[in-house]
Design a protein. Sequence first.
Lengths: 84, 168
Amino acid sequence: MMISGPKQPRNDIDVYLSPLIDDLKLMWDQGVEVFDGFANETFKMHAMLFCTINDFPAYGNLSGYSVKGHKACPICEEDTLLNN
Amino acid sequence: MSNMRRRHTSQQLKHGRKTIYLRHLRFLKSHHPYRRLKKAFNEHQETSSQPTPLIGVEVYEKANNIDHTFGKSKKKSYVTNIWKKKSIFFDLTYWSRLEVKHCIDVMHIEKNVCDSLIGTLFNINGKTNDGLNARLDLIEMNIRGELAPIEIGKCTYLPPACYTMSKR
């Protein structure tokens, strides 16, 4: 997928992902008829999104968690106390 | 105060001007010998245990009632929340049940870590992370007094650290 513009969509990436999510929902709930050329028959294919592979800034965009500043660690989260 | 300060995991370096994240020792096993080495690390014993990562359902509960509109907004919300939005992936019915949702691509991390490791070990000019500011921050944190920079006349001399290799 190509996203045009001089800047990346950052947190608004969800808007661009929504068609993908719609397809994934369909594949999970109903499944899609797919033709198998080897066995010469059609079968119902189901699919799910197992995990995403991304770098750390994109991790923030996809999960909605802030990856900058004082509480940047997604594991420590609230315990990542700041030092004033 | 020192007890309070010890609890903090992130802090801003005064000279290096970076946010750093400390206390990695707590990810070790509870009786690991490194936890008791005060001198080698930050002069404190690490007693706390590893934080438990949130499971998917907990994340869903946290992110569920965030009111977020996409696009540019004129009004800035004053509610400070570490979670910025409810991710669209939660529309998938199984998403909150998954254990590992996002994996981090290690390619760039490996490259950067190796670069700075090699730069620091071989003391490459401009590549090393063991400069004057790093030593000044060590004084600020009150650890490793033997590495403090020594001023001789106009020059500042950085004592070699235990890992520094000589030119030969």
